[in-house]
Design a protein around this ligand. Sequence first.
Ligand code: MSP
Length: 636
Amino acid sequence: MNTYITTPIFYVNAQPHLGHAYTTIVADTYSRYKRLCGDNVRFQTGTDEHGEKIIQAAEDAGVSPKEYVDKISGLFREAWPVLTIEPDVFIRTTDADHIQTVQAILQKVYDQGDIYFDEYSGLYCKGCERFLTEKELVDDKCPDHLTLPKEIREQNYFFRMGNYQEWLIDHIKKNPDFITPERYRNEVLSFLKEPLEDLCISRPTSRVTWGIPFPFDDRFVTYVWFDALINYLTGIGYPDGEEFEKYWQVAEHVIAKDILKPHAIYWPTMLKAMGLEPYRKLHVHGYWKIGETKMSKSLGNVVRPVEMAERFGVDAVRYFLLRDMSFGLDSGYTPEAVVARQNADLANDLGNLFSRSLTMVKKFAGGKVPEPGDPQEIDNQLADAAQEMMAAYQREMNDFSFHKALQAIWALISKANKYIVSTEPWELAKDPANRQRLDTVFYHLLEALRLIALTVQPVMPHTAEKMFDALNLKNDGDLAELGQWGLLQPGLEVKRIKSLFPRLDLEELKKQADSQKPATHKKSQKKEETELISFDDFKKLDLRVGEIVAAEKVKKSDRLLKLTVKSPEERIIVAGIAEHFTPEDVIGRQVIIVANLKPVKLMGVVSHGMVLAARDGDNLMLTGVSGSVTPGSKIS
Ligand code: MSP
């Protein structure tokens, strides 16, 4: 069997964040699962690099569009291996073969009469990079960007999307799995109740230059969506070639609900016009929020996946994201939720099961898989539970219900932990007459561990590797074969395992968050991502010279000093510098402060700003100016 799984290609006007990482971890997990099932898998991701927004972002950063897209695309490409995401193909819409494919498709669809030239006037939203219909507006504004769209009259090329409306409705109705979960299928069908307008697929070069030139009219470039969707074909070598033959018929796309319309309406109709079969499945997930709040740059609450991985560990992040989100619905991220999952599910349930089982086998069975005797009822129950888990796991993984697949594994983990409590191997070990019973118990336990290692592997590859290593097994083979009960060979030597996951301290984590310091992880200090900001962003900062006139330790905190800073008025600033400076060290010093930060309460003291310092390895140096200046002087 073949599997072709894709993520959206991400816009390069933002750096990789938690949402991008989730989609890409989903696709990676699915591709690992399908490989485990013995499939030939092709997993593709990449970056979407054309359009007005990119030009704007490049201008803001003061670099050429090419330099800009190279940099941000690189950040996506580099982020994925950190999260153990291993795509087979990373495509960029500025790649020469993609440009060629888009132009060939435009020409083909034009030649057959499905693209026409027309004058159009409409309400254009720059943020959406498209014309909006009256119906979409809320209080005359774009509901996503809260801006008034501009009335634009211009000539453009249009794709006869409307011609394919009936065909599309019919296709969706006949193929219940075409768009899943069902709520999104229903959403698309309800949208298709209204007449489908043709799609404007060009942008005049007078307005937009950063795009793929129209092959038959150089006054126009291609609309970003018409360009971007085609990446799914370019990546497998369309129009010819072995890969295309092999993979297009099994294409599955993963997206979030924000880009349902282009994927569920534009794309299948485009494919139909090209004379191709539509993709096989569209998997649509919900949104990650930060707690209850939308994640957004302007709110300053964007979560970076690489930092998450450094803070909690890669496997814990992958597990958390797949376990906490019901595929299709929205979910909220908080560090507390990750810690809770890590401590309960990973360190406690899974980690303890492995470490105590292997420790007992080492201690009471010479560290070898024993030969089992006749099973008792309780042993058969564990074996049955493992087989039920295998069936549920495969059903849910095939269905993209990752949280349910993980629940099924954890139900077995819990049964195995209870099995230990009920069979009491340490008691059996006291009497040599129980040897065979003890061996039977250990065999069942180890066999359950093997199946757990096998099934967590797509989600937590590193952890599975440690488990396989401890069980002295090779991590290869087919799920259908390896998923059977009773394959473990007696006599095989097993190893003890150090704790698979550390327990995290929520209080410690909160303290770190309170003092606005990244988690104490060496790597997080090693390399910091530099986000490009505009001059306007920089101008928002009110940097001043402040003179520290008083300082004292904040009660019950090892890290915080309460500083009275003259700048020129006196203000209280709480700074996380107590591990490096005593109050006496800093009194009388002139430092650079951020004077217009919103006040925050740290350990009960309200802080009105921030003192800037340089971190060099474990050292911290306060910033200042050379020579003495009037407190409150602006830094510009
Ligand atoms: N470039 C287009 C996609 C073209 S595909 C042919 C685009 N790019 S994007 O950078 O905006 O990425 C959107 C996708 O990022 C979503 O569909 C989803 O996969 C992911 N996410 C972005 N924010 C997200 C959340 N807050 N939560 C979950 N996923 C989110 O649209």
